[in-house]
Design a binder for this molecule. Structure first.
Ligand code: LMR
Length: 400
């Protein structure tokens, strides 16, 4: 009965790892998926995460009962505080409905399903380009997806004019997906005064901001500084949605830890929104897993562990910045044609190199370097040892 099922293509990001795993060549390098690696090229479990896990294991009172549909209440409160700030009036006024979800993707999907059912506008605008999964998540939830100009290939920076024009032309009430910080894939974020322009436009047109916050702590190395855009929008008293992920900043990738917060205008609305989120989640996966969220909550509520986390997070962010500098220097030393200063200007986990898909294919074939075909490199996958190999490959690719 399934004979007519056709072979589906691999995912454009996760499929890069599938191809990498099949390559027997020992010099191979995976710069596809945004996952942190140490200088030795190994995945990293943060010390503070190990500590939290130990505490959880030693606590014999812990059981494996189902969590409530919305997840661990303590984790939800702490997550809202992490993104909105300790003294957020929205939290104090009980205007925030939060659900523990399956990392960033799950939070986006639950938010989108809620909007498809309860919001009057079904159109969402995503930046051009955006994380490859956004289009699919929102389409599958029943929203219709449009793009707004974001990245300018000529300047390798933000196309603020295009952005304002496109959002200015969006129908009133349309949903706007914003990357809270460390835009994926471009590594280009609006400056604070540009965020203010975007905020004013969004509010004046009654558009609905939906923040994807997957890299808090990775843009500036400071959790608070990276929450600036979200907090600007919450400070004006208006509504917004926020999808948070702890995959990158706590390194909890496979634990699938995240949260969806919906900031409402009043406590009564937030409570009704929360009740409807339960109806979205129950038939989808019933309730979220307990372990990862317990790790995150343990760290977030203990000030010593929280401080230790901040130090480890900063160390990851700093190693990525050092990789940017080393790659830039290596290309300068080779006299590679072109201006590569965007490598050090862009922020977060990725460099949007400007390499085209043919050049990427060449680097994979000849140098066993794996990356997404849009020319995005995960800087977190590089090390001092592998920078020269990557620089050689880029040098050869641009002189093709
Ligand atoms: C990425 O963009 O590489 C990450 O967000 C991982 C993913 O799920 O695509």
């Amino acid at each position: 009965v399934f004979a007519a099922v056709v072979q589906a293509p691999e995912d454009p990001i996760l499929g890069v790892t599938v191809a990498y795993n099949k390559d027997p060549n020992p010099i191979k390098l995976n710069l596809g998926v945004g996952a942190y690696r140490t200088e030795e090229g190994k995945p990293l479990v943060l010390n503070v995460v190990r500590k939290a896990e130990q505490l959880l294991v030693n606590d014999r009172s812990r059981v494996k009962e189902y969590l409530p549909i919305l997840g661990l209440a303590e984790f939800n409160k702490l997550s809202a505080k992490l993104i909105l700030g300790d003294d957020s009036p929205a939290i104090q006024e009980n205007r925030v409905a939060t659900a523990q979800c399956l990392s960033g993707t799950g939070s986006l999907r639950v938010g989108a399903e809620f909007l498809a059912k309860h919001y009057h506008q079904r159109t969402i605008y995503i930046p051009l380009p955006s994380w490859g999964n956004h289009l699919k998540v929102f389409t599958m939830a029943g929203l219709s997806v449009n793009a707004y100009r974001y990245y300018d290939p000529a300047t390798r920076g933000l196309n603020i004019q295009g952005l304002l024009e496109d959002l200015g032309a969006a129908p009133s009430g349309a949903i706007v997906l914003l990357h809270a910080c460390a835009h994926n894939p471009t590594g280009v974020d609006p400056a604070p005064e540009q965020w203010e322009q975007i905020r004013q436009l969004i509010r004046s047109k009654a558009l609905l901001p939906f923040f994807d916050c997957a890299y808090q702590g990775f843009a500036s190395g400071s959790l608070d500084a990276d929450a600036l855009a979200v907090r600007m929008f919450v400070a004006d008293g208006g509504e917004c949605l926020i999808a948070q992920s702890y995959a990158k900043n706590m390194g909890l990738y496979g634990e699938r830890v995240g949260a969806l917060s919906i900031v409402c205008k009043g406590a009564d609305v937030a409570s009704r929104v929360e009740s409807q989120l339960k109806l979205v989640i129950r038939p989808m996966y019933s309730n979220p897993p307990i372990h990862g969220a317990s790790i995150a909550a343990t760290i977030l509520k203990n000030s010593d562990m929280y401080n230790e986390w901040k130090i480890e997070l900063k160390a990851m962010a700093d190693r990525i910045i050092s990789m940017r500098k080393q790659l830039y220097d290596a290309l300068s030393a080779r006299g590679t044609a072109g201006d590569w200063s965007h490598i050090i200007k862009q922020i977060g986990m990725f460099t949007f190199t400007g390499l085209n898909s043919d050049q990427v294919a060449f680097m994979t074939k000849e140098y066993h370097i794996y990356m997404t075909s849009d020319g995005r490199i995960s800087m977190a996958g590089l090390s001092s040892k592998t920078v020269p190999h990557l620089a050689d490959a880029i040098h050869a690719a641009v002189t093709l």
